[in-house]
Design a protein around this ligand. Sequence first.
Ligand code: SF4
Length: 185
Amino acid sequence: MKIDPHLFSAKFPDQCRLDLCRSRCCRFGVWVDIEEQKTILANQELFVPYLRPEARDPETWFGKTEKDPDCPSGIAVETQEVAGACSFYNPHHGCVLQKGAAEAGRHEWAIKPRFCIMFPLVVSGGELTVDEDMKSLWCMKEKNRTRPILDAVRKEVEFLFEEEEVRRLNAEEEPLPAVKARAIR
Ligand code: SF4
């Protein structure tokens, strides 16, 4: 996997503020790997109690399937938008996939899609980069982005990536990230 030098200078808020962002990133659903879809379906007893009533029918959960070389399996499936939000979003609980796993004593991200854990990092064209397209989100507005992004998402990176990739990211990050990034560009 290639690493975009922008990662070493980009910023993110110091902490998530759900009271300000209102989880707008969950408004449209997300693309998940087809293997993640299987994991979600196999663990539905964990999260069904937390779904909104209008999203209880499993037929509403997933939509189109497409080839995607950035997915480990090569195939992505969309989670559908139901009544203005991802089928797995509940304003009282946030992501029900996370809520259900945590309540059952599993890791909070055990069945949550990789793309959602990773945001605002994204793998695009085989390169790990920052999703700078969603500028209208609270966390992506310049004035709120005060903390080096790799520091802000360290826990997520360590959960998602192989040791070797985490080492590469940490090694690049240390010496004056902004200067280093300019040098690489
Ligand atoms: S799967 Fe969960 S985190 Fe991802 S968009 Fe849907 S509600 Fe949000």
